[in-house]
Design a protein. Structure first.
Length: 391
């Protein structure tokens, strides 16, 4: 189809094409340019790495700072708690040494089996301590909770809790006395122990005659009666130990048992301490001569067995009565002691006076008249009868 000239495209102009800029291929950098670019790249990467490291370090330092801040707060709190505890402990110790308001001496009894709780409670009830809890705490802290001894104690006026603890730990309890005269029989001693108000419990042991040491004993309130008897037995055993070696030569006794038997007779024959060696000598001399002892107290014991007092004088029929103890009818010694002799009588038998007496009789003044022959003895007996008749 014929074309309109207006629609025809403009023909190419060769000059126009020649003069128009044609893109050229990019020129490749030279050697030194490349080295400079590499150096700049490395520097750039190093800066980035340093910046990254710096940011990490700052972040770590910030984290550490937070941790140290928390720890510092915790340490401060702990110090405050420690100081509070130390202050409370110091105050507790000071309270333990504060005097109470009781201005008089107080009796306080720790019963056998009482534990710290029971003791502390009763102390508070009697206003001897201000706080039973504080008393328990400090006694336990000082490892004394199991060292508080039973007993009856005197708590001094205005005592501190520490004072009271030390009194209980030291066992400084009130000591009571019970005295037994020399020459008492087992029955008489047992009867006295039974009615002692500060001793406790029933008597379940049966001590042998002559096995108890008569003297004054100290004991704590609440001690059992059996324990008290054992204490008397131990005192006798301890005293007799090793005494046999101290005896006089040619003593006509075979052992300490016979010493105690003869000592019990000496004890019953005289109440005058200075006469015991002479009375012992009379019996020792009679044994050496194979003579019967002929002691009136052995007649009485053969009748009563020490369980009661004879309510009349010795009758002739009683003197002739055959018992295991009547030394008018038996040779040598009775089978057991007739009483519990004291130390002086035992020592007198082991080492009697060096005299030749064979007889003695009361002289009417509380003592005895001694002689070495029967004729003189008969005269002393007549003198005694006359004196008794005159009175």
């Amino acid at each position: 189809m014929p074309m309109n000239m207006s629609d025809e495209q403009e023909p190419y102009n060769v000059e126009t094409l020649v003069d128009e800029e044609v893109p050229q291929a990019e020129e490749r950098p030279g050697f030194f340019a490349r080295r400079r670019m590499k150096r700049q790249l490395k520097l750039s990467m190093r800066r980035q790495k340093q910046q990254k490291s710096l940011r990490g370090r700052r972040k770590g330092e910030k984290s550490k700072s937070s941790v140290w801040g928390a720890m510092s707060s915790l340490i401060t709190m702990l110090l405050i708690v420690v100081l509070l505890i130390a202050g409370l402990w110091l105050a507790t110790i000071q309270l333990f040494d504060v005097k109470n308001d009781v201005n008089v001496e107080t009796l306080f009894k720790v019963e056998p089996g009482d534990n710290l709780n029971v003791i502390a409670n009763r102390l508070e009830q009697q206003e001897l301590v201000s706080s039973q809890d504080l008393y328990r705490l400090m006694v336990s802290y000082e490892n004394n909770d199991r060292r508080l001894k039973a007993g009856e104690y005197k708590i001094p006026p205005n005592a501190t809790m520490r004072d009271i603890m030390n009194i209980f730990v030291g066992g400084q309890s009130i000591q009571h006395k019970l005295t037994f005269a020399e020459g008492l029989t087992i029955s008489q001693i047992i009867d006295k122990i039974k009615v002692a108000p500060l001793l406790k419990g029933q008597i379940s042991i049966e001590p042998a005659e002559g096995s108890l040491m008569p003297e004054t004993y100290l004991f704590e309130s609440g001690m059992s009666r059996d324990a008290f008897i054992i204490q008397m037995q131990q005192a006798q055993t301890k005293f007799l130990a090793n005494l046999w070696e101290t005896r006089a030569k040619d003593l006509p006794l075979e052992n300490m048992e016979e010493v105690v038997i003869l000592a019990s007779i000496v004890e019953k024959e005289t109440g005058v301490a200075s006469e015991r060696p002479e009375v012992a000598a009379v019996f020792i001399n009679r044994l050496n001569k194979k003579m019967r002892l002929q002691s009136d107290p052995t007649i009485i014991y053969g009748i009563t067995l020490g369980k009661y007092k004879l309510d009349h004088g010795i009758r002739e029929s009683e003197k002739n009565r055959k018992t295991g103890y009547n030394t008018y009818n038996i040779d040598r010694l009775p089978p057991t002691p007739i009483a519990n002799p004291g130390r002086a009588s035992i020592l007198a038998v082991l080492n009697p006076a060096k005299v030749d007496y064979l007889y003695f009789v009361a002289d009417g003044t509380g003592g005895h008249a001694f002689t070495n022959n029967y004729k003189a003895h008969q005269k002393n007996v007549r003198d005694l009868r006359a004196r008794e008749k005159a009175n």
